[in-house]
Design a protein. Structure first.
Length: 873
């Protein structure tokens, strides 16, 4: 009889204890076979604890074959589901463990598994324990030697971390390769890949003159989609030298693209493994956004070599130490190479539409969590994106020069170590002499702060008094909130749109105000005109504003703010204010009206030849339903969707001429290069097509059929989808015909099919799970089809609960097969506390169904439990 698995146990940050043993070297040997791979691990260990003690190794889904201590068979041990406990050990010894594992059966894609015909690994966060028994924690750093043995014909390439130090042929058609990584690393950075690939080789000469071999491995036949990834890698290496003075350390850098991967990519030392989505692209198969995504992710993984690998995390609660910092670095990379304003806008959209929702949901946590059941659940928008905002605030408070001095101190102090978030902030503090003691609270407090603003103008004294107060609403896991150190970047605009100089008591002051108390007042003097306050230039802090503007003030900001982000944000406020009153009107059964001031604002933008095209595209792109929902305490799914549709359709009709003309002008100038000005032009065309679809659908069809670029094709398909035009089906059929043999390209099609609001979306999605290009085993396919359906709000939240039931059916399947993917997919079902009671009770029913599963994974257990708790409170 199967043993009932015990209730999952939470781990707490405060319980950290240094390891009792260190591991100095590891020699791994893999004899690769799909169903039974033999792993021999020889390690040298040293006891660190003062007293003799057991060695407790992590291990899951392993078959233990033999165990030796100092070459002798050792029998003082015990094996459980998740541990190997070894007793009667000397202080220093060599441990040899042989295990068997089954990569072919591993559909969770953690540890050693098969992607297509190749073997590959994913060890972060706790996957190495599925390869061998080990101290699988980031503060145990060892140097690795890895010997790989496999069939030579099937697996001509055998790869691991570091430098190749030996290779040879064996009898029975096998061969072997040995790799040595000179840099001590934690187990989560280990990687192995074996297979047959096409290889793109290149090189990079570092600032100190070392020549680095660059190798990019892809599935056979994909070489024509590798150029951009390689160019991005070289750009990353150069940028990190120039902006951060950080140079690559090994002599070789390898990237392997695989089709089966749970996340975006993984920064394994010297051997990155990538989801093929973030490598493969050419103009026919990928959009400009795909190209930009590849550049960002290639950069991100490369930048981890210093922020993550050379300096790593002491424990997984410190994940944001490497992730927040590395996201900040990849954002800066993208902004230095492309449009800073557009990048900032996109990042803020992501934060507002999804990270703020995480803060308000059942899984709320600080960027440095205090309590974790399943670590895979904490690779979140909070740790990554809010974590990057926290680093950005440090950068704003310190300035580039002091920030870089802090980075230098951080690297000098901690190279080769596993450290904490506090260590990072201390380095910044020591290098800048800025007191960051209060700032550290950003690491321990969850939730989105709200700023309140009160101001008055005294014309006779030419004084403007500004009072800002802060409060952070309670989150699911943390009720008590304290004031934070918040950089608030402001501008004061005179009524003619000019910026007013900022001075206090006759002294010029910085535009960055530092809010450190519950409430503070600043009195600016020499203010000659009643000012309009521009708050949070460049989104200087991840907060919400409780501040209402008149339409006139917003127009002044949209037209005149010095900061481009602030202009866009002014427009957001204008549109959001309309949405809020429109939703109220719909709820009262009133009809909607698009006011002339809004139409006039858009008209003026469309007719302004001087405005930046990338910015205009963003200004024309109306917030998603998720973003709009953030402004409500009770979310009325149907009213928000209807208000948004009305707004877009209303603008499309009122400015039909302008949208068509602009779209045609963009089409005429389409240069088909990846230059940022051309990308901007195409994004503007895409934004226009969304409106044009309502009045001149034949232009949408033309945009699809007349262009060879995927960017234009997809823009047309998306516009056709949203406006549900008659031409849609011909376009979608054509696309399916052309790409049905290419799952990666079909993902875009699946995503649009699942988002399509006409007809019965649920039945369409169910049918598409039988499509020959679909596979429930491939995480990209699942996210494209099922994930997109869960964001098709009207159908997912159907009043009969059918959407909830369907997602839950899928989660039941994925729960055993791939818990990590299941756990990411459940988000739209649990971030629902603001919905109506009827929907909430249907959701509770589905969550209870999951909770009752006999073999519920830790991943889903944590989310379902928290979800139920918040919904039932
Ligand atoms: N460290 C990776 C990154 O941020 C994230 C990652 C890749 C990951 N694969 C994973 C995290 C699997 C958890 C599980 O680039
Ligand atoms: Zn990362």
């Amino acid at each position: 009889m199967a043993e009932l698995s015990a209730q999952p146990i939470a781990k707490y940050r405060s319980d950290y204890q240094a390891p009792s043993y260190s591991i100095e070297t590891v020699a791994l040997e893999f004899d690769l076979e799909p169903n039974s791979t033999r792993v021999t691990a020889k390690s040298t260990l040293l006891r660190k604890a003062a007293q003799a003690c057991d060695l407790v190794l992590d291990g899951e889904k392993l078959e233990l074959i033999s165990l030796k201590v100092n070459q002798n068979v050792h029998s003082a041990y015990q094996v459980t589901e998740s541990q190997l406990v070894i007793s009667e050990l000397p202080e220093r010894f060599e441990l040899e463990i042989v295990t068997h594992i089954n990569p072919a059966e591993n559909k969770a894609f953690e540890g050693l598994y098969q992607s297509g015909d190749a073997f590959c690994t994913q060890c972060e966060a706790e996957g190495f324990r599925r390869i061998t028994y080990y101290l699988d924690r980031p503060d145990v750093l060892a140097t690795y030697t890895t010997k790989i043995i496999a069939d030579k014909a099937q697996y001509p390439y055998l790869l691991s971390n570091g430098n190749k130090v030996g290779q040879g042929d064996l009898a029975n058609g096998k061969h072997w390769v040995t790799w040595q990584d000179p840099f001590p690393k934690p187990s989560y950075l280990f990687a192995l890949v074996a297979g047959d690939f096409d290889l793109l080789s290149d090189s990079f000469v570092t600032q100190s003159g070392r020549k680095i071999a660059l190798e990019l491995f892809v599935d056979k036949g994909n070489l024509d989609r590798t150029e951009h990834a390689m160019a991005s890698l070289k750009a990353s290496m150069e940028w990190d030298e120039q902006r951060f003075n950080l140079e690559y350390d090994l002599d070789i850098y390898m990237i392997v693209a695989v089709d089966f991967f749970n996340m975006g990519a993984m920064e394994n030392k010297g051997l990155n493994v990538f989801n093929s989505k973030y490598v493969l692209a050419n103009k026919q198969s990928a959009t400009d956004n795909d190209f930009l995504g590849i550049e960002a992710v290639i950069g991100h993984e490369y930048f981890h070599n210093w922020t993550g690998n050379r300096i790593t995390c002491r424990d997984w609660f410190q994940l944001s130490l490497k992730e927040g910092l590395t996201v900040f670095r990849d954002q800066e990379f993208s902004s230095d190479l492309g449009s800073r304003a557009v990048n900032r806008i996109k990042n803020v959209r992501l934060l507002r539409s999804h990270q703020f929702a995480e803060d308000g949901g059942p899984m709320a946590h600080p960027i440095r969590p205090d309590k974790v059941i399943e670590m895979n659940n904490f690779y979140t928008l909070t740790v990554y994106e809010k974590g990057a905002e926290v680093i950005r605030m440090l950068h704003t408070l310190l300035g580039e020069k002091a920030f870089q001095a802090g980075m230098q101190t951080y690297v000098d102090r901690h190279d080769g170590q596993a450290v904490t978030c506090d260590d990072f902030v201390n380095a910044m503090q020591d290098a800048s002499a800025k007191d960051l003691s209060l700032f550290k609270r950003w690491y321990s407090q969850s939730g989105t702060p709200i700023l309140n603003v009160d101001s008055s103008y005294d014309a006779s004294n030419k004084q403007y008094s500004l009072t800002i107060s802060q409060h952070t609403p309670a989150t699911a896991e943390q009720t008590e909130k304290l004031p934070l150190h918040i950089p608030v970047s402001i501008e004061l605009l005179a009524s003619n749109g000019n910026a007013l100089p900022l001075q206090i008591k006759g002294q010029a002051v910085s535009e960055v105000l530092e809010l450190v108390e519950d409430q503070q007042t600043w009195v600016f003097d020499g203010i000659s005109d009643i000012p309009t306050l521009v708050m949070l230039q460049e989104f200087s802090a991840p907060v919400k504003l409780d501040l209402s503007y008149s339409t006139e003030q917003l127009l002044l900001i949209i037209n005149h703010a010095s900061n481009t982000f602030a202009r866009w944000d002014g427009m957001q406020k204008l549109v959001t204010a309309w949405m809020v009153q429109a939703v109220a009107a719909l709820q009262q059964g009133k009809s909607l009206l698009l006011d002339e001031a809004i139409v006039a604002t858009f008209r003026q933008l469309l007719e302004d030849p001087s405005i930046d095209k990338g910015l205009l595209a963003e200004l024309l792109t109306i917030s998603s339903e998720n973003e709009i929902a953030d402004s409500f305490t009770h979310v009325d799914i149907d009213a928000i969707a209807s208000a948004r549709d009305f707004f877009i359709k209303g603008l499309a009709e009122a400015l039909a001429e302008q949208f068509c003309q602009l779209e045609q002008r963009c089409a005429m100038h389409d240069q088909r290069t990846l230059a940022h000005s051309d990308i901007a032009l195409r994004s503007l065309r895409a934004a226009c097509l969304q409106y044009v679809a309502y009045t001149k659908p034949e232009l949408v069809s033309a945009a699809y059929f007349d262009s060879a670029l995927m960017t234009n094709k997809l823009a047309a398909m998306s516009a056709a989808n949203n406006a549900a035009i008659a031409q849609r089906s011909a376009m979608f059929k054509d696309y399916e015909q052309q790409w049905q043999h290419d799952g990666l390209v079909m993902d875009k099609w699946f995503a649009l099919e699942a988002s399509y609001g006409e007809g019965n979306s649920l039945e369409r999605v169910k049918a598409l799970t039988e499509h020959p290009s679909f596979s429930m085993e491939n995480p990209n396919r699942v996210r494209s089809l099922i994930g997109s359906f869960a964001n098709n709000t009207r159908h997912f939240h159907a009043k009969d609960g059918s959407g909830y039931q369907y997602l839950t059916d899928i989660l039941c399947i994925l729960n055993t097969q791939n818990p990590q993917v299941a756990s990411r997919l459940i988000t739209p079902l649990i971030q629902t506390v603001k919905l109506d009671e009827k929907r909430k009770s249907m959701i509770i029913k589905q969550l209870e169904r999951l909770a009752a599963l006999e073999d519920l994974s830790k991943d889903l257990f944590e989310k379902v439990t928290n979800g139920l708790q918040q919904l039932q409170a």
